[in-house]
Design a protein around this ligand. Sequence first.
Ligand code: SF4
Ligand code: SF4
Length: 371
Amino acid sequence: MIQTLHIVKEYKEELIYPAICRAFETLEIAKDIHPGMKVAIKPNLILAKSPDVSATTHPMVIKAVAQWLNEHGITDITLAESSGGLYTAEYMNNIYKVCGMKQLEPQIKLNMDFSAGNINCPEGFANHSFHIITPILEADYIINICKLKTHAMTGYSGGIKNLFGVIPGLEKPQLHYLWPELKDFSRMLVELAQTVSPQVTVIDAIDAMEGNGPTGGTVYPLHMVLAAKDFYTQDYFASKLMGLDPMKIEMISQAVALGLARPDEIELIGDPVPKEITPFKVPDSLSLDFSDFLPGAFGKLFAKFAAKVLKSYPQVESNQCVGCGKCAESCPAHIIEIKNRKAVFKKKGCISCFCCQEMCPVKAISVKKAL
Ligand code: SF4
Ligand code: SF4
């Protein structure tokens, strides 16, 4: 498995483009494409935030990839994404604008076809088909360009997790509700990744995110662009770079168990891993959640009770809440109401998916333990 790593100190075209050229040359991408192909680029545009806060893929990385494609005769390039909220023209137009994607036109088409279709999941153990957005269904070649981030629910967000954005709009919370346990949700993510199967995955880690990712964390300048064809193994490699234990990230450990990620076969090409990387801060949801560390000797019943009281849940900071309703819109359990322009959470029914925290534009949702 070839993993490329290139040090890129800043979001500057003259630094990013050569890094993409070197990575794609190493990965021999030119052999896999030909003029006339329809290429879909899958970015991470989770919510309407400026690229400076590091929650979304930076437009300059996408632009460098598009430039490389143009120089190899590819002109039919579509940006294919369904963000965390609605999947409508009005909603996505605002996302494109705020996330800096408008500057990519006309080199890249910003998708405005909001239809979706079913695709079989041949590897599906639990999910036999997925409903996914049309530009991904219609693409001959898919380039996954994700952001390197911590994640309140899954611990890590990279290549596998980015593909959740091919599920249209509010069907994403439905999948959270269908698979409330992390193990099952991660299995769904891996099966979705096997179904979409992008040909190459680029990780924008020039500025990554630590702490309360994937949207409420802080910028971690890691100064790198990573790329690989094997995105499962790349996620193993990238999570380790962040100081996380890949085998404790459920989706990555499942990918290893299924033989999709092969950490023993990583061949690193490009720049060496810098020695001075300090571990990323983990999200509060994970640093406060001790349920994983319960000794196995606990009685089954007591372990269940202890896991419940030690689990972490979201909490609204009312003085910060602006009553926008984004949390309520994305809550798969429908337990959030907006009363007097403030979010109010019901006590029962929370599945600790942290979609609400992810979608809050003003970081008004913190984490508390049940106890
Ligand atoms: S309240 Fe938040 S964490 Fe709980 S189910 Fe709803 S979205 Fe998920
Ligand atoms: S908690 Fe955040 S997302 Fe929910 S209504 Fe308040 S400001 Fe909006």
